[in-house]
Design a protein around this ligand. Structure first.
Ligand SMILES: Cc1ncc(COP(=O)(O)O)c(C=O)c1O
Length: 303
């Protein structure tokens, strides 16, 4: 039973724990390494992968208030928030980066948000960059007519979201030596690492260039748990230049992986993660007998 105003997320029937699937891939087996896929992409058709784990605790905490959040014009997080609003009957407001978009037709991603009932407000890029500054945020909420809203940060990574992702680690306790995941804000990795047992380690593959993520993940763990948690590290070699950048080589790799294993490979995050893991296996980075889990955090329709 949920209290008044608190949405009952069990009505959405998430598939939890998400399935863990072994794949036979000779690039790993020839090194004596097992590869398993943690199919978070199967948790829920609209709140896919880490979106469920990050949003669910925030939807509960919002207790029926309108949810306001931020994102770029193709943000998976905006789409998932809009879908959650439709499914749970909650008002949602999306603050979208780029004022110039306001007089253009909506792209398919934003059209989907709007069809799901999300109220969209376009914000100029310089204000958008300052959106975490309290005065700027207050002005943005006033301008959007949403001073009563529950605010979820860009990418959805706040302390509640990070704590929600701890369950991902707990589900994998005793099932793997290394758990690898693609990182944007690093919130999912911050929670995952906290949920693993002491003999397991998490490996993050950042999809953005910059080298700022170690500090961000430390800060997120501090906010969520009061200090560092788990054994984690990042491998910064697989961002392919910048966020959303792909190359013919990466595209061919993703298509080949889909053919080999019959799993759709989301291109912005999951393709870079899997490419990184195949490279690491080839480099002999995993000891013989190791079990490596790759977390499938999204689906290819999302990209
Ligand atoms: C498919 C997918 N995988 C991974 C991530 C990375 O999550 P995080 O921002 O928590 O690092 C995202 C981020 O939104 C995503 O959409």
């Amino acid at each position: 039973m949920s209290s008044p105003g608190v949405p009952d997320l069990t009505t959405l029937r998430p598939r939890l724990p998400s399935p863990l699937q072994e794949v036979e891939d000779e690039r790993f087996t020839r090194r004596g390494v097992r590869l398993l896929l943690k199919r978070d992409d199967l948790i829920h058709p609209d709140l896919v992968g880490n979106k469920w784990r990050k949003l669910a605790p925030n939807l509960t905490a919002a207790a029926g208030r309108p949810i306001l959040t931020f994102g770029g014009a193709y943000s998976n997080h905006l789409r998932a928030t809009a879908a959650a609003g439709r499914l749970l009957g909650l008002p949602t407001i999306g603050l979208v980066r780029g004022e110039e978009l306001s007089d253009r037709p909506l792209n398919p991603s934003l059209a989907r948000c709007s069809a799901d009932g999300m109220r969209l407000h376009f914000v100029d890029r310089s204000t958008y960059r300052r959106k975490t500054d309290p005065k700027t945020l207050a002005a943005l909420l006033r301008a959007a007519g949403a001073t009563d809203a529950y605010v979820v940060p860009e990418g959805g990574s706040n302390a509640l979201a990070v704590r929600g992702c701890r369950a991902l680690g707990e589900e994998l306790s005793g099932r793997a030596d290394v758990v690898a995941i693609a990182c944007g804000t690093g919130g999912t990795l911050a929670g995952l690492a906290a949920g693993l047992s002491p003999d397991q380690r998490a490996l993050g593959v950042p999809v953005l260039r910059g080298g700022f993520l170690t500090a961000d993940i430390r800060a997120l763990q501090h906010q969520a748990f009061g200090g560092p948690r788990g054994d984690w590290q990042l491998d910064d070699r697989f961002h392919f230049g910048r966020y959303a950048r792909t190359t013919p080589e990466l595209e061919a790799f993703a298509e080949d992986f889909e053919e080999r294993h019959g799993v759709l490979v989301e291109r912005l995050y999951v393709a870079k993660l899997l490419y990184g893991l195949v490279t690491l296996a080839d480099e002999g980075a995993f000891p013989r007998g190791a079990t490596v889990v790759a977390v499938v955090t999204g689906t290819s329709q999302e990209a």
